[in-house]
Design a protein around this ligand. Structure first.
Ligand SMILES: [Zn+2]
Length: 163
């Protein structure tokens, strides 16, 4: 059965609520003196661990990093793989439908188009969609990896299991 993509906060599972709350807390650490647009995110890993992230801006604007990517990079750099990600932007319009920028979607897509994105809106409702819904026709690892396989190139796949 297809899941509804716009749901009440109270309808989320316990784990989903934990993740959304982690994203809400992460907003408090946002470093955004230039945009004043704080964003919090939190990644749930395959093994159930949560990694929060916030946006980190820079006086050299191009060096800024989104909350979503901070959270994903934290999880991956610790040897984990994302399964779900929650996003919260308290200053976004009440019913904004945005679920992260294109760069963040590309980064999340690296780890699976089945990753679930939860975006807490400011009307209290949550958008719940998979990456494949948010990022159709994505450029995914299989495109490069199949090419390398043909050429016999080692693709540096981690020995670690997904956790
Ligand atoms: Zn982004």
């Amino acid at each position: 059965m297809a899941q509804k993509s716009l749901i009440a906060l109270s309808q989320l599972s316990r784990t989903e609520k934990r993740l959304v709350n982690a994203a809400r807390r992460a907003v408090l650490n946002a470093y955004c003196p230039y945009s004043n647009f704080a964003v919090g995110a939190a990644v749930l890993t395959v093994g159930g661990k949560i990694f929060p992230g916030c946006n980190v801006e820079n006086c050299s604007f191009g060096a800024a990093m989104c909350a979503e990517r901070v959270a994903v990079f934290k999880a991956v750099s610790e040897g984990y793989r994302p399964k779900m990600i929650a996003i919260y932007a308290p200053d976004a319009p009440k019913r904004a439908i945005s679920c992260g920028c294109g760069l963040c979607r590309q980064v999340i897509a690296e780890f699976g188009l089945d990753i679930v994105v939860l975006k807490l809106r400011n009307d209290g409702l949550v958008i719940r969609k998979t990456l494949s819904q948010l990022f159709p026709n994505a450029f995914v690892p299989g495109i490069l990896l199949s090419k390398q396989k043909v050429q016999g190139v080692h693709h540096g796949k981690s020995k670690k299991t997904r956790r």
